[in-house]
Design a binder for this molecule. Structure first.
Ligand code: X8Z
Ligand code: ZN
Length: 608
């Protein structure tokens, strides 16, 4: 997935190929700008070469989980970590040298700071770390919950959480998934954190969290402050949505299931993690006239779309912007539906196996609205990867990781009613009129606004784990406290320290940093607002679709093609004219909804 791609690109830094390590001179060359240039050039070439096989191994493991592919993936992962750490430690020797060229300095910074989970150089540590991460990832992929007492796999249970409205079944699925998938990996997670923290310290970081926060072209403390500032901008909107949704859930389910006050029961929100709530739009839709009147999943089913056709439709959007079609190999090599006869990791991802044009997605696509959006999301990664494929290997990455997550979502914001008519999914007669704007905005907010505190708290938890503020015997309590504080949700049954609910969310076992999705949630509105301005759109922002606009496509490509060659504010400026990441564009998009929610919420209990 993009995680693999990014961490491999980052890995690139550390992938000291065994050959390189063995041939390395005993005494390192004196540190001069010239030896730094040579060091970076060698590291970049070796890393690029080594990354391709590593990606192939990771792909085979993710699409065919067995004990053997786990063993191969762990071996390859350990080698890549060793390589990355060797280069990262080498980079630290040169970083502060005066007289370095811009590119050498930037690449040295990326080499040291781009290792998601470093291992210490002590013999055996990278192997243990890779065994742990592979085991956790694959256990997640093979994970099963229960519905009606029968086992149900990850992608099916995700779908059922979106469609079931029976609180007992929702609770059964929620509890079984968290118990079966999360709890067993608790000890592995503690060990993984300890080892990688040692690795981060060797590289000169306080802990892995500090390492992750260092990847944003600013001091890590400033980055942490920036995320809190953005949260403060959007928090009132989230609180208003929470108040309204809790009221509607109480109306539907009654006091015994969802009381009028306090936290929302996490299994009632249409999503296993309560991260996006769009699947229960039917429960909260404005009474009477304000409703949107269609569901994208129903439209796709009515027109007999299958998963591949959904992907083709996604590709067509990018083609309309002027991006060239996906390569033939994309269709031959992608996993678009869940294979019937083997275990795979269903969580969606996008890959760039050869760092040039061997781009693919891996999904277990269902014909529904969530996966239609996810397809656009994943393709955004692939088009980004292709746009920067002329960059040197260490720059083959997003301007920051939030940019990578935001591109496809920006495109998906253009899936408006008028766009659905254009592609033949919606009858022109069923385009919601202006008096349905609130319904349209509410449907979007259920996914986009609901996600914000979730996007922030995942790494608040991990930053706490890595810093030691959340100890291994507080993993569950620390998680529940953050879920309550930021999201105002609570588990349907009491949890204790035999559980490990964080492990039931893909990115925790897979060690994918999560702040990127929080950033992407606000960045996508900045990109979308800019694209709509460029296209001359005059109406309400949420009705704008930049489908077919080649000028927007060209400007977008200019930003994407930069990869990570420049600090992210430069890239942001190229497309939006602004150098700040901020929640303002998102807040403005939803301003009419906020006014409406405030009216609905008058006199209702607020907060939790
Ligand atoms: O993990 C993803 C993508 C792959 S990069 C499907 N997302 C986050 C999640 O599912 O938790 C996209 C939205 C947030
Ligand atoms: Zn993504």
């Amino acid at each position: 997935m993009i995680r693999t791609v990014i961490s491999t690109a980052a890995l690139a830094c550390a992938l000291a190929s065994p050959a390189v390590a063995q041939n390395a001179p005993a005494a390192p060359a004196p540190a001069t700008p010239a030896t730094a240039d040579a060091f970076v050039a060698e590291a970049e070439k070796t890393s690029a070469d080594r990354s391709v096989d590593a990606q192939r191994v990771a792909w085979v493991n993710a699409t065919y989980i067995t004990d053997d592919t786990d063993a191969l993936a762990a071996k390859s992962g350990a080698e890549m970590t060793d390589l990355a750490v060797q280069y990262g430690l080498g980079a630290a020797r040169y970083q502060a040298l005066p007289g370095l060229s811009y590119d050498t300095k930037r690449k040295l910074d990326l080499m040291r700071g781009g290792i998601t989970l470093p291992a210490p150089t002590t013999a055996g540590q990278s192997a243990e770390l890779a065994t742990l991460t592979t085991r956790m990832s694959s256990s997640y992929g093979k994970g099963k919950g229960l519905l009606d007492g029968k086992p149900i796999n990850g992608s099916d249970i995700e779908e059922a959480m979106g469609t079931s409205r029976d609180p007992a079944k929702l609770q059964e699925m929620w509890v079984s998934w968290h118990d079966n998938v999360g709890a067993p990996m608790r000890a592995d997670y503690a060990r993984m954190s300890a080892i990688s923290n040692e690795g981060a310290k060797e590289l000169g970081y306080a802990d892995v969290g500090a390492l992750w926060r260092s990847g944003y072209d600013m001091p890590p403390e400033q980055f942490a402050r920036l995320t809190d500032q953005i949260w403060a901008e959007v928090e009132p909107l989230y609180k208003a949505l929470h108040t309204y949704v809790r009221w509607k859930l109480n109306e539907k389910y009654g006091n015994a299931v969802q009381p009028k006050t306090g936290a929302i029961r996490a299994d009632l929100l249409g999503n296993m993690w309560a991260q996006e709530w769009g699947n229960i739009y039917d429960i909260v839709a404005p009474a009477g006239a304000g409703d949107v009147g269609y569901d994208i999943g129903d439209l796709l089913k009515a027109k007999n779309y299958d998963p591949t056709r959904m992907v083709k439709q996604g590709e067509a959007f990018y083609s309309s912007l002027g991006f060239k079609p996906l390569p033939e190999t994309f269709w031959q090599r992608s996993q678009i539906v869940k294979p019937a006869d083997r275990e795979v990791i269903c969580h969606a991802s996008a890959w760039d196996v050869d760092n040039v044009d061997d781009i693919r997605i891996k999904m277990c696509t269902k014909v529904n609205a969530d996966d239609f959006i996810t397809i656009h999301h994943e393709l955004g990664h692939n088009y980004y990867q292709r746009a920067y494929n002329q960059q040197p290997f260490f720059y083959k990455n997003g301007a920051n990781d939030g940019f990578h997550e935001a591109i496809g979502d920006t495109v998906a914001l253009s899936i408006t009613p008028d766009y659905l008519v254009k592609i033949g999914l919606l009858d022109a007669a069923r385009v919601p009129s202006a008096d349905k704007d609130i319904g349209l905005l509410l449907r979007q907010a259920m996914d986009k606004v609901a996600f914000l505190p979730f996007g922030l708290l995942i790494d608040k938890w991990r930053w706490g784990v890595f810093s030691g503020a959340i100890k291994p015997d507080q993993y569950q309590a620390g998680w529940d406290a953050l879920r309550l504080q930021y999201q105002g949700v609570k588990p349907p049954v009491a949890r204790d320290e035999t559980k490990f609910d964080p492990g039931a969310k893909y990115h925790i076992p897979a060690a994918v940093p999560y702040t990127r999705y929080f950033l992407a949630r606000v960045l996508q509105f900045q990109f979308y607002e800019a694209a709509c301005k460029q296209s001359g759109w005059k109406g309400p922002l949420h009705r704008c679709s930049f489908y077919g606009n080649k000028a927007v496509g060209e400007k977008l490509n200019a930003m994407l093609a930069m990869g990570q060659s420049k600090p992210w504010p430069d890239a942001l400026e190229v497309f939006t004219g602004s150098r700040q990441m901020s929640g303002k564009a998102l807040v403005q998009y939803f301003a009419p909804l906020k006014a409406w929610l405030d009216k609905q919420n008058k006199g209702k209990p607020q907060g939790w």
